[in-house]
Design a protein around this ligand. Structure first.
Ligand code: AMP
Ligand code: ZN
Length: 112
């Protein structure tokens, strides 16, 4: 998708703080972090949202990637939060499927 900012990041057309790459995902630092660790797991393929993802292909990988990040950032014991904002009510602002990985502080519930 030509005008999609996350496609540009995936295709290295613009610089981002890439921390890791896996088969189907690129992991970057969120430009506007809300916690000491705030990463985005961006699907290498453009899907407008979670609703369009091919869960048989990409869904299989994602739990392993999350566990690897929990290891890498040493937050397995302290915990972390995964968020996939979807659609308007979900607060999604970038229409390219991505997963927030947040850690390094306590998070409240329910979310705002
Ligand atoms: P969402 O609201 O779930 O769609 O999240 C979009 C996230 O992308 C926000 O947390 C933004 O701070 C983040 N973001 C937007 N543009 C960039 C960028 N160029 N590099 C890194 N993170 C970005
Ligand atoms: Zn895209």
């Amino acid at each position: 998708m030509e005008d999609c900012i996350f496609c540009k990041i995936v295709n290295k057309k613009i610089n981002a703080g890439v921390v890791k790459e896996t088969g189907n995902f690129i992991i970057i630092k969120d430009i506007n972090p809300v916690s000491p660790v705030h990463l985005l797991l961006i699907s290498k393929k453009h899907y407008d949202s979670l609703l369009n993802i091919d869960s048989r292909v990409d869904g299989n990988e994602i739990f392993g990637v999350i566990k690897d990040l929990a290891n890498d950032y040493n937050v397995k014991d302290s915990g972390f939060r995964i968020v996939i904002n979807t659609g308007e009510d979900g607060g999604q602002t970038v229409s390219h499927m991505h997963i927030h990985f947040m850690a390094g502080r306590g998070f409240g519930w329910p979310p705002g």
